[in-house]
Design a protein around this ligand. Structure first.
Ligand code: ADP
Ligand code: ZN
Ligand code: ZN
Length: 740
């Protein structure tokens, strides 16, 4: 619809961020009455081209603001919210993020909204509440323990209980439905109550040791203003206790606390530690929730009902009216960086947000990122060190085994196998770490050396044996049946080479038949709830071998593990990525940190073909902090991030020459217009040049002057997007974490 009002009458307009990959926001007209009602941060339904979209109002234009006669002004279809669902602070956070990461505002706003709100569903969702109909139903329930349990709880709450709370108490919706079928209870929709719950302490804090006490006091002094802290504490040094005691004071003041953790796998443990300390409303925000649960949790945060918000990366974008503290645990973890689309780093957004909210922010880790150490070095962050393990536990010792000379069975050194046996015989647990899932990384022909390669990528197929024999490309997801002969020479002897967790599991079962081998990787924990079952097993004091990938390395507390075996980290030692050694050091220290967290001292055995690698020497002879100090120095000399700011442009198409020519041309232009103040690397083929049938090429921009780098990117990136051929995909990664 075109609006053509006479010049004298006002035209009411709002500027709307729509979820499309375009850098502009768009103006829509509305009636005077709608204009009155319209709030910044409220959703509107609009038509855009031929689509109907849900956008968010980011500006109300003054009625007499000039109007561009070239623009066909459309009217909004509907105001979806009569209140702002994104408050002014979150809107300014998102505006900053869109600018900083050079990503369209409409898309950035989308990532801050739960799916149901993105789809235009009503904000005021009613909660499902279960009410008892028959208070004398005991006789009807003799057969099912679950139904008896549910019935008991319903009986305790005569006004009804929300489904959420029942689920949290372990009552499944299916059980409630079964009771409803017997006319024992019913489900009604009721408006939710968003008032916060009074907070009480469920458990006394532990007596803090001197390091912990110093850390707690320092943060509490800064309670009401912005200050960034790096809680740099050894694995098992009691960082969580420090968080809890600081949270306690912040919660007492009626403020909300946001706690960010890297993975969903960590949330059940963390949430139970928080729940056993505080009686209060805790909202969980992660990608494993159903859409309606996620909306409810989001609303609990956004209305102030939840006092603690525990979430993964995107929780940093959630509105919280009373935010008083941000904690980002395991701050070195790569999963805080979104690796596609809106490529933000939750750590950097957390620092900016704490600044906006004028509250403290704590980044915690046993292996802080080099980026964070650099912030400490130039005074932007305060370091808090915890230098001893809490309680009686000692740090484990790392032993390096030279695989070139070692006697081996199935790729595992005999020395290590003897150590594993010793621990199991003493009824202790052993953790075996290998960051490669599947059965074997290579399938090779015994006679002509042919290797099974993915037809779409520059990569070998991984051999899998479960649930059936097949080949799987871990880069593009292609699945192939297992060949029964070599396509090159027809030989039928095809051999899996190298080891993945599934093969190690088979070998360990054969070598230690009397002990249980518990495997933890993406293949073994893909079913919901299976991780919890495995975790419960690990917490029992029975001898066992825990075998797994990265999933086992992170933050977990395994009190009975006294030996950690690292089977292979050599690819990390050889990688060309400038952050590879940092990642490898973090991995080794984090995995090692799982040993000896109880009363018995732990040992770590690491097998390698590169026993003389300087990284290993530093970690064994000294420690992670020493490694970090050296790395900071090296990066400073080489002017690598964080001593220069970086942006990475990834270019992808079916033709590598097209990529190279296009990037080359723009590199030329940028060099000239920036008068060589921006250093440009490339274009170069990506480390994996062909992936899913398309060629990837990279270009890296570096500068010591962040403002200047961003200025040029701002003016030039959108140009580049306009000029690219339509078959080409381009993406911009500000502060890239991986150059692959
Ligand atoms: P981190 O998060 O640093 O790896 P945790 O917070 O998991 O360490 O603490 C490791 C163990 O030490 C936990 O079992 C915890 O209960 C215990 N602990 C922490 N602080 C203290 C303390 N002050 N006194 C006694 N035990 C403590
Ligand atoms: Zn062959
Ligand atoms: Zn592939």
């Amino acid at each position: 619809m075109q609006v053509s009002a006479p010049a004298s009458s006002p035209i009411y307009r709002v500027r709307v961020a729509v979820p499309v990959y375009l850098y502009d926001c768009f103006d829509y007209s509305l009636s005077a009455e709608q204009y009155q009602q319209a709030q910044l941060g409220a959703r509107v339904a609009v038509s855009f081209g031929r689509q109907n979209l849900v956008g968010v109002i980011v500006e109300k234009l003054a009625p007499d603001a000039p109007i561009d006669p070239k623009i066909k002004l459309k009217a909004i279809s509907e105001l979806l919210d009569d209140v702002a669902i994104l408050d002014a602070k979150v809107l300014s956070l998102l505006t900053w993020a869109a600018q900083y990461y050079q990503f369209p505002m409409g898309e950035v706003i989308q990532s801050a909204l739960p799916t149901l709100l993105r789809q235009g569903k009503p904000y005021n969702l009613l909660a499902r509440t279960w009410k008892l109909l028959d208070a004398h139903a005991e006789d009807k329930l003799k057969r099912s323990e679950r139904q008896q349990e549910a019935y008991k709880i319903l009986k305790l709450h005569p006004i009804g209980t929300s489904e959420n709370i029942l689920n949290l108490a372990g009552i499944e919706t299916a059980t409630l439905k079964a009771l409803a079928n017997k006319q024992i209870c019913e489900c009604v929709l009721e408006a939710q109550d968003f008032s916060p719950m009074p907070i009480t302490m469920a458990q006394m804090p532990l007596t803090a040791n001197p390091d912990q006490k110093k850390a707690i006091d320092t943060v509490l002094k800064a309670q009401k203003k912005y200050q960034a802290f790096l809680l740099d504490g050894l694995t098992g040094s009691g960082k969580t206790e420090v968080y809890l005691q600081i949270m306690q004071e912040v919660l007492k003041r009626g403020k909300q606390v946001l706690v960010l953790v890297p993975e969903i796998g960590l949330t059940p443990q963390t949430i139970s530690r928080f729940q056993s300390r505080f009686h209060c409303n805790i909202a969980l925000l992660h990608s494993g929730l159903t859409d309606s649960k996620r909306l409810q949790a989001w609303q609990a945060a956004q209305t102030g009902k939840a006092s603690i918000i525990l979430g993964t990366r995107s929780a940093i974008l959630t509105p919280m009216p009373n935010l008083g503290l941000i904690i980002l645990d395991e701050e070195h973890d790569l999963s805080f960086k979104q690796q596609e689309g809106f490529r933000y780093h939750a750590r950097d957004i957390a620092l900016y947000r704490a600044h906006l909210e004028q509250c403290p922010v704590i980044l915690g880790s046993a292996t802080p990122s080099i980026d964070s150490y650099a912030l400490v070095q130039n005074g932007k962050m305060t370091s808090l060190e915890l230098n001893q393990r809490a309680g009686l536990a000692l740090m484990p010792k790392i032993h390096v085994l030279d695989l070139k000379v070692a006697q081996k069975q199935h790729g595992i050194s005999q020395v290590l196998l003897d150590e594993i046996k010793k621990r199991l015989d003493k009824k202790e647990q052993v953790l075996v770490f290998l960051n490669r899932r599947g059965y074997a990384p290579v399938l090779i022909c015994d006679s002509c050396a042919w290797q099974a390669k993915c037809p779409h990528c520059d990569a070998n197929f991984t051999v899998h044996r479960t649930p059936y024999q097949h080949l799987h490309c871990h880069h593009c997801g292609t699945v192939h049946r297992m060949p029964d002969h070599c396509p090159q020479c027809a030989n039928t002897e095809l051999k899996p080479i190298g080891m993945g967790t599934a093969k190690v599991e088979e070998n360990l079962n054969e070598m230690f038949p009397n002990y249980e081998v518990i495997r933890v990787d993406r293949d073994s924990t893909s079913r919901v709830g299976s991780w919890q079952k495995i975790y419960d097993k690990i917490q029992k004091s029975e001898p066992a071998i825990l075998l797994g990938t990265q999933m086992l390395a992170k933050g977990h507390h395994f009190p009975y593990v006294t030996l950690v075996a690292i089977l292979d980290i050599d690819s990390g030692l050889l990688s060309v990525d400038f952050r590879a050694t940092e990642r490898t050091a973090q991995l080794v220290v984090q995995v090692s940190g799982r040993a000896g967290r109880g009363e018995r001292k732990g040992d770590v055995y690491l097998q390698t073909l590169r026993p003389d690698h300087p990284l290993l020497n530093t970690l064994v002879q000294e420690d992670y902090r020493q490694f970090a100090k050296q790395t900071l120095k090296e990066r400073q000399i080489a002017l690598m991030p964080p001593f220069r700011y970086a942006a990475l442009i990834r270019c992808e198409s079916k033709d590598q020459n097209l990529n190279t020519d296009f990037l080359q041309q723009h590199a030329q232009f940028l060099r000239q217009s920036s008068e060589n103040t921006i250093d440009i690397w490339g274009p170069i083929p990506a480390p994996m040049e062909r992936k899913a049938g398309r060629y990837q090429s990279h270009m890296v921009l570096l500068s010591t002057d962040r403002a200047r780098l961003h200025f040029f990117i701002r003016h030039w990136w959108q140009n580049m997007l306009h000029q690219k051929p339509s078959s080409m995909k381009l993406s911009l990664d500000i502060d890239p974490q991986e150059l692959s």
